[in-house]
Design a binder for this molecule. Sequence first.
Ligand SMILES: C[S@@+](CC[C@H](N)C(=O)[O-])C[C@H]1O[C@@H](n2cnc3c(N)ncnc32)[C@H](O)[C@@H]1O
Length: 242
Amino acid sequence: MPSEHPAKPEAGVHRERQVQRLFSEIAPRYDLLNHVLSLNVDKGWRRKAVDLLGWEHAVDGRFLDACAGTFDLALELSGRPGFRGSVVASDFAQPMLREGVPKLTASSVIPVCGDSLQLPFPDDTFEGATVGFGVRNLADLEGGIRELRRVLRPGARLVVLEFTTPPNALVRWSYLFYFHRILPLVGRLVSRHPWAYSYLPKSVEQFPGPSALEAVFRDAGFRETDHRLLSLGIAALHWGVK
Ligand SMILES: C[S@@+](CC[C@H](N)C(=O)[O-])C[C@H]1O[C@@H](n2cnc3c(N)ncnc32)[C@H](O)[C@@H]1O
């Protein structure tokens, strides 16, 4: 029943709580929809994100995956041959973490329930950090990027994977058609959530483009910032060094 649901997150007020509630509600279907709606391309994107992290310089180190959801990105790192460290995987939607816990058998992923805008870790804790499809949902993007930098050790790298809008007009048209027509329909049918999968394309459209996000990294104090488009610009990787 639509009336049982809060206003959509893009409406503004209490965005933080609304996003938390949204992901808590779709948690049981999140993994299925993630892989189906991205036609499994998301797995390759996560691999590339971890390739860029530079974890090889601290194979016994402690890493952070913020907005970790059901742990796919954290598991991509912890499963790398030669990795002997740990991955703290934090998220504020407990049902997302619970949904992912059965996947953690014998991994070095440590789930933590926490808000990425106020990470429950001291300064200079981690050898590197990742965020997959998370920063777009933050109520305060700039504050979130600063907070991620705070918990990184000097010299450590942040890698962010996000959706973006393809620069090529033809690809963009096809992508927007899929995003606005097909994805919300399939998402609604499978998740049975009335608007979660309409929120997704809107949140991507409203999100800063790759160059603007890179500027947010620089303003937060990151150096050696850069980005790379993936799959014709459907998604992008962004990174910077503390
Ligand atoms: C689209 S999911 C991505 C999950 C996972 N990283 C992945 O790659 O599949 C976004 C996640 O960000 C989390 N999230 C959004 N805002 C957050 C915040 N302020 N603090 C902690 N988690 C947050 C949501 O609860 C959700 O699990």
